[in-house]
Design a protein around this ligand. Structure first.
Ligand SMILES: Cc1cc2nc3c(=O)[nH]c(=O)nc-3n(C[C@H](O)[C@H](O)[C@H](O)COP(=O)(O)O)c2cc1C
Length: 204
């Protein structure tokens, strides 16, 4: 079995999502002894934003420059890692109502026509990733976005990630959430405690 562990927080050792993904991985390793773990720190080592040169290269054009060449290789590695993983653990803080741009850059490399999906001539969606993957997302945010709250309409974070994975045919998605992290210390501590409880529960 293989587990792909991805972090995207820019907050280093202060990051809550990094603490939570580490705990998820620890619990999943205990549940699946011998599981092979690969790690991507997207904040430390981000992919480039897509450009016309990427699109041209995908279309079979000439790849110019070492930076583009290496970035295209990184994109292929992202794809291989996702294809091979049985479990994908993603640390996803909310930045400006959505995911960090580094995580969006990863998504831009794995949601690729002809690689992970394709539309038939009649417009039907076909997906190519093995469907049995388990996705576990550690969602962290300063505010709260539950239905009925004034901020609910700004929730383009978990809904977005669920849309992306569902589009790719991956429907086994568990979200472990710690929110209200910018509120008082008690709220923050309770949110992290609850997330830890949920992490332990999914490893049973
Ligand atoms: C650049 C930046 C943008 C943020 N934008 C939002 C936001 O739109 N909504 C929100 O609720 N919290 C926002 N936050 C707060 C983070 O979601 C919160 O600090 C969370 O703990 C981040 O996860 P991390 O600790 O793993 O980095 C933002 C934080 C940063 C650093």
């Amino acid at each position: 079995m293989k587990l792909l562990h991805i972090d995207s927080s820019i907050l280093g050792t202060q990051s809550v999502s990094r603490t939570l993904t580490a705990e998820i991985v620890r619990c999943q390793k205990a549940l699946h002894p011998g599981i092979e773990v690969s790690y991507r720190d997207l904040a430390a080592d981000p992919a480039l934003h897509l450009s016309d040169a990427h699109v041209a290269a995908w279309a079979g054009g000439i790849v110019e420059g070492a930076a583009l060449c290496s970035d295209l290789e990184t994109g292929q590695e992202y794809l291989s890692e996702l294809f091979e993983a049985d479990i994908v653990v993603i640390g996803a803080p909310m930045y400006n109502f959505s995911v960090p741009s580094q995580l969006k850059a990863w998504i831009d490399r794995v949601v690729v026509a002809g690689q992970t999906f394709e539309y038939s001539e009649s417009g039907e969606l076909e997906t190519f990733l093995p469907s049995g993957k388990k996705i576990i997302i550690a969602s962290t945010r300063g505010n709260v976005y539950q239905p009925g709250t004034p901020t609910a309409a700004h929730e383009h974070h978990e809904n977005y990630l669920r849309s992306v994975f569902s589009f790719l045919g991956l429907h086994d998605v568990t979200v472990v959430r710690a929110e209200g992290l910018a509120f008082d210390r008690d709220t923050r501590d309770a949110a992290i405690r609850q997330a830890r409880f949920e992490i332990a529960a999914i490893a049973i």
